[in-house]
Design a protein around this ligand. Structure first.
Ligand SMILES: [Zn+2]
Length: 544
């Protein structure tokens, strides 16, 4: 545990005016509703009566995770897992009852679980909400991926959540109507997801503080049931509303780090920005405002401590970092929930021919699967996938996979299990073998280049490249002959014409000479993930 970078700031006198509140109420001021969240307000009931005197000092600890798509540990059980997050929260809770667990967005999707069904319904993040509930989550903001799922599915997840959502700039859109998202908790209480949230905390000697929260989401996922307001303008407006009535304003955000830096610059009085969206851990300080983003999939957690000194009008913010690895014990209560869902998922994979726990790659370089890389250039992971397609379709001249089929957005650490392969390509899908004219092949490859940076960027074999001086594509040292027929193996999604700039690629295209019958294809072509596993196994066999 390493605590670095201390800072103090003076507060305006006005920030303390309302902190002289005699009565202590846990109330959601802005929604105008009492929100009963026993987990979020453990501090409310902890100290009812006290005999010591108020020293004017109170501490708060945040345990922050973000971009968590996996409930169970990864890297062969070595890293992450919601049951370890629970343990970290409990550790800080023992030190300070005013410790809160924060999820800075992206947790309901994408996940391989989203393609599975349980009790007649798509799972769609239910496994994550149950795990978060068990781990003692206190506050969450929406990430862009929360809006990947259907409106009715999101509503179910909100209703199941036993933690407080805060959303300053996303609203529920229904026809022309825009309103706060609403939820009905399991005990039947209806509440709104507020734009701001004020939490009143109290410590052992009776010091009371009020903390205001704003929650921001990148307006990225455009769906008909979500309306956004501008994150920065909204934050400035709400901060102005909050600042004089609270002792600190905390921003929980899910947006680009560049936007977090602008936010910190524009609102230098923020206590801290607990952020998400980038997956690779970020730590920044703009002016006096720290910005923290943990590693995706809870491989790390930021620990941010606020020391509020009401008498001296000072706030000290101390950020720290916890690696979530084998040194962190598994919380048995949360683990029971995780194991339940892992069991459900494994049963489902088994019915499709997978043995999820089985290790396929024991050692070697980590595999680069982050979208920022895989959608711009080949990586060792994408080369492995292309090699697997060539293995499954040995007669093909060219193998093509759309980078958007790779959804893991993470670096795969060794050992790699079959589950890791499944979560790398959660949609699965088969491989098609097509004979086509060189002219069509060239058109496909050109479109792939134009899609650089997005999921329509195409990955292909290493003996194929674009020669920018000659302005043509070279396959095995020969320019592609527009009249010649090539055998091409590609993911079956590509043949639907559904990929960006590739709408011409579907059965019926006059330049398609011959198309395979997917009913008659070999089993290894039926699911690209099985092809990858079989390919690695064959390679392992060759090495032995
Ligand atoms: Zn995101």
């Amino acid at each position: 545990m390493l605590f670095v970078h201390l800072w103090t700031m003076s507060w305006k006198q006005s920030q303390f005016q309302k902190s002289k509140l005699k009565k202590f109420v846990c109330m959601n001021k802005f929604a105008g509703l009492l929100v009963v969240l026993s987990v979020a307000f453990s501090s409310c009931s902890t100290y009812k009566k006290t005999t010591s005197t108020d020293n004017g000092k109170i501490d708060v600890t945040y345990v922050q995770v973000n971009d968590v798509y996996e409930i169970a540990p990864l890297s062969g059980g070595k890293e992450g897992g919601m049951a370890r997050v629970a343990t970290i929260k409990q550790k800080y809770l023992r030190q300070n009852p005013n410790s809160f667990l924060i999820m800075a967005g992206d947790f309901l999707s994408p996940s391989v679980y989203n393609s599975l069904r349980y009790e007649g319904k798509a799972i769609r993040g239910k496994q994550m909400v149950e795990s978060m509930n068990a781990a003692g989550m206190n506050f969450a903001v929406f990430g862009n991926h929360e809006f990947d799922i259907k409106e009715s599915e999101l509503q179910e997840r909100l209703n199941e959540s036993r933690f407080q959502y805060i959303s300053s700039n996303t609203f529920h859109k229904s026809g022309n109507q825009e309103s706060h998202f609403q939820l009905t908790s399991p005990d039947g209480k209806r509440s709104e997801i507020p734009e701001t949230y004020i939490q009143t905390i109290r410590d052992a000697d009776g010091t009371v503080a009020r903390i205001g929260y704003i929650g921001l989401t990148i307006p990225f996922t455009k769906v008909d049931y979500v309306a956004y307001t501008d994150p920065l303008a909204t934050a400035k407006k709400l901060y102005a509303q909050l600042k004089d009535s609270v002792d600190a304003v905390v921003a929980i955000t899910h947006q680009l780090i560049a936007d977090d830096k602008i936010l910190a610059k524009e609102l230098p009085g923020l206590a801290v920005i607990l952020g998400g969206h980038e997956h690779d851990q970020r730590f920044e300080k703009v002016g006096k405002v720290y910005i923290t983003k943990a590693l995706a999939n809870a491989k790390s957690a930021y620990i941010v401590k606020l020391a509020i000194n009401k008498k001296k009008h000072k706030l000290k913010v101390t950020p720290g970092l916890e690696q979530i690895n084998e040194s962190v014990a598994i919380d048995p209560t949360t683990n029971a929930v995780v194991e339940k869902w892992v069991g459900i998922a494994e049963k489902s994979y088994a019915s499709s021919g997978f043995d999820a726990k089985k290790i396929v790659l024991q050692a070697g370089e980590p595999l680069e699967g982050r979208e920022i890389e895989t959608r711009r250039r080949p990586t060792n992971l994408t080369r492995l996938i292309i090699s697997a397609v060539q293995f499954a379709s040995p007669g093909a001249d060219v193998a093509i996979v759309n980078s958007g089929s790779i959804r893991v957005d993470d670096v795969l650490q060794m050992p790699v299990s079959q589950y890791d392969i499944i979560r790398t390509l959660p949609f699965g899908g088969g491989i098609r073998e097509i004979e086509m004219k060189g002219s069509l092949l060239q058109k496909i490859l050109d479109a792939g280049e134009k899609n650089k940076g997005i999921g329509g960027y195409l990955l292909y074999n290493e003996n194929l490249h674009y020669d920018s001086t000659a302005n043509n594509w070279i396959l095995s040292n020969q320019p592609i002959n527009l009249q010649k027929t090539y055998k091409v193996a590609l993911t079956d999604f590509l043949l639907t014409g559904g990929e960006s700039k590739l709408d011409f690629l579907k059965p019926g295209n006059p330049d398609i000479i011959k198309i395979d019958d997917p009913e008659k294809r070999s089993p290894v072509l039926a699911d690209i993930r099985l092809a990858i596993i079989k390919y690695i196994e064959s390679r392992n066999g060759a090495l032995r």
